[in-house]
Design a protein around this ligand. Structure first.
Ligand code: GLN
Length: 474
């Protein structure tokens, strides 16, 4: 299933010379998307519009317009808005609802010459770790179709892994870019909170959500990150800091970089072959001059509980807007207003979303607010302080992305707590607002990829890209 894959950087010269034309490239991708429809990676494919975009970009190329992403064929997670096209969030609730405007990231990508080919399948409202919680059916892992691709941005990860797009965007609230990147063997970057505008991203947990790229190389990741990053007046949480030249500054020279290995992330629960592969990578970094030291992030054990209290609280508030009145789905034959709200929400949302709305409402209720929500906010602060301390000693932290490789379809869907634990190494970056990068390490004996996670200081995406660059193809 997996074909010989090129990244954008190696296709770019050809594209700029018209071989292939962007239009031909789009046609090839549209064909492949149909051929591999069983993977269920896409919810919407823009057959016509993608070709229109391609014609436009081909014209601009002929006019010698400088387009850093000319002809980069992209797929976009279906919780990111594109004007006049439906945005489902993998939910029945949004039905045919179509967006009135482009997300800021979409504007930036299109201005740079990228072509958007479709919207990808995902866990409903980005809640999940396997891409099985979708109204549009489960996504399959192209490395082995008995296994999940991870979630919630599973469709985007699969699009990149199976070459159904050159690169993609996903969103990451607690690991939804990094974990599926690890399970499918591609690169997935969650930027620092505030680095990339969330304008036009449907909110799950607003103080955790970030948009980020999936790609097949470090260079492509850096290129995409550079394009989508930066201050945006429309998002008050976006940060007004200059965006470094991530591609221009890429270097494999990591001599003197200090790397920390947190003992809490390398415990009994970690699958043995993942530990072995990460050890090898660390050895490589050491041989190239990096200083490796053991560190401690003592509040790690509270990550999952803190994450699930705070994100469900935020989600219960964010999802209150889907009431049957404002967006697509409304139950039939309702008796009165209250019946309309109740039945529209009961029928429009799936199980996992309802579970989280109930949990979130509970932790915010007046009797439990102090005991859960307030306490979790304090725990979030402690997790952040652990990282502040660690980053006074090291420049980059290395961990596994997930405690296991991809699991089988259906294996965890009945057991939400077990499902939640697959995010045990990724939620901390969102709690602390720091950048996290999952990079493909090796493939195990079953053909399942192993991912390794790099964590960095706030707004220091560059160090993570450079460490990844030093490890690429090694
Ligand atoms: N799997 C995590 C969850 O279900 C993370 C989701 C995400 O990052 N969007 O909450």
């Amino acid at each position: 299933m997996i074909v010989e894959q090129s990244d954008y950087s190696s296709l770019r010269n050809g594209i700029l010379n018209g071989t292939p034309s962007v239009l031909n490239l789009v046609s090839d991708y549209l064909k492949r998307i149909k051929e591999y429809a069983d993977l269920n990676a896409y919810i919407t494919v823009f057959d016509e519009w993608a070709q229109e975009q391609a014609v436009e970009v081909d014209q601009k190329i002929r006019g010698n317009k400088d387009l850093p992403l000319a002809g980069m064929i992209l797929s976009i997670k279906d919780n990111i808005c594109i004007r006049n096209s439906r945005v489902t969030c993998g939910s029945k609730m949004l039905g045919e609802f179509s967006s009135l405007y482009d997300a800021t990231v979409i504007e930036r990508l299109r201005d740079a010459g990228a072509v958007i080919i479709g919207k990808t399948n995902m866990d409903e409202f980005a809640m999940g770790s396997s891409s099985e919680n979708s109204h549009f059916g489960a996504v399959l892992n192209p490395r082995n179709t008995d296994y999940v691709p991870g979630g919630s941005s599973g469709g985007s990860a699969v699009a990149v892994a199976a070459d159904l797009a050159i690169a993609a965007l996903g969103s990451d609230t607690g690991g939804s870019i990094r974990q599926p990147a690890a399970y499918t063997g591609v690169y997935g970057f969650k930027p620092t909170y505030g680095r990339v505008s969330r304008y036009g991203l449907v909110a799950f947990a607003s103080s955790f959500d970030q948009i980020g790229p999936f790609a097949r190389s470090v260079y492509d990741t850096a290129l995409l990150l550079k394009t989508i990053s930066g201050y945006d007046l429309s998002d008050s949480t976006s940060v007004n800091l200059p965006v470094p030249d991530y591609t221009g500054n890429l270097t494999r020279d990591i001599a003197n970089i200090r790397i920390g290995l947190p003992e809490e992330y390398f415990t009994q629960d970690l699958q043995e072959n993942i530990r072995v592969v990460i050890d090898k990578k660390i050895q490589h970094l050491r041989e190239n001059g990096a200083q490796i030291e053991k560190i401690s992030l003592p509040h790690t054990e509270y990550n999952i509980a803190t994450y699930y209290i705070l994100t469900t609280a935020e989600a219960s508030s964010n999802l209150a807007r889907y009431d049957g009145a404002r967006y697509a789905y409304r139950a039939d034959n309702v008796a009165d207003l209250k019946d309309m709200y109740t039945r529209s929400r009961s029928e429009g949302f799936g199980e996992e979303v309802k579970r989280r709305i109930m949990l979130g409402t509970y932790v915010l209720s007046s009797g439990y607010y102090e005991a859960y929500y307030r306490k979790a906010q304090k725990a979030r602060r402690l997790v952040k302080e652990d990282f502040d301390k660690a980053f006074s000693r090291v420049d980059c932290i290395i961990t596994p992305t997930s405690p296991t490789t991809a699991f089988r379809l259906g294996e965890k869907i009945e057991d939400p707590l077990r499902m939640y634990l697959s995010d045990i190494y990724t939620t901390s970056a969102n709690l602390a607002g720091i950048p996290g990068f999952s990079i493909p390490a090796e493939t195990d004996q079953n053909g399942l990829p192993i991912g390794m996670q790099l964590l960095g200081k706030q707004f220091d995406e560059q160090t993570l890209l450079n460490v990844a660059y030093a490890l690429e193809n090694n």
